[in-house]
Design a protein. Sequence first.
Length: 131
Amino acid sequence: MFKSVFSFEGRIRRTEYALSRIICLIFVGIIAAAAEGESEAFGILMLIPLYILIAQSAKRCHDRGNSGWWMLIPFYGFILFFGPGDYGPNEYGDNPKGEGNDLYYGTDFDSQLSTVPVTASQHPGVEDQGN
C-alpha cells in the first residue's frame, strides 16, 4: 500500500484511495493552519497534496478500466469511492487485490510456467546418444 504515490501508472484499491484522501486533507488542514496570515510559500506547499490526490485519482480510474481523465466528470468521485474495480487485469495492470490475475493474461502468467529440459532417458525406447 502507498507505493509510488506520485506516479500516475498502475491501479490502486478503494482503501488506498480513501486513506490517501484522508491523509491529504489532514495535511492541507495543517498547512492552512500554519499559513494563517503568512506568505505565499505555504500556498506552494498546497501543491504537494493536490498532486498526490490527482495521481491517486488517476490510478483509481485505472482500476475501474478508465482513463485518468474520467476524474474530471462531475460526481465521478463517488464512483471512485464506492464502485468496484475491474476483475482481473486490464490495460493498466494487474488487479491490486490479486483476484483473477491468474485467469487471464496477467504478468504472473509467465512465471507460473516452468521449462524443464527433457533428456532422452525420460523417454522409453530412446537411447541416450551422449554415452
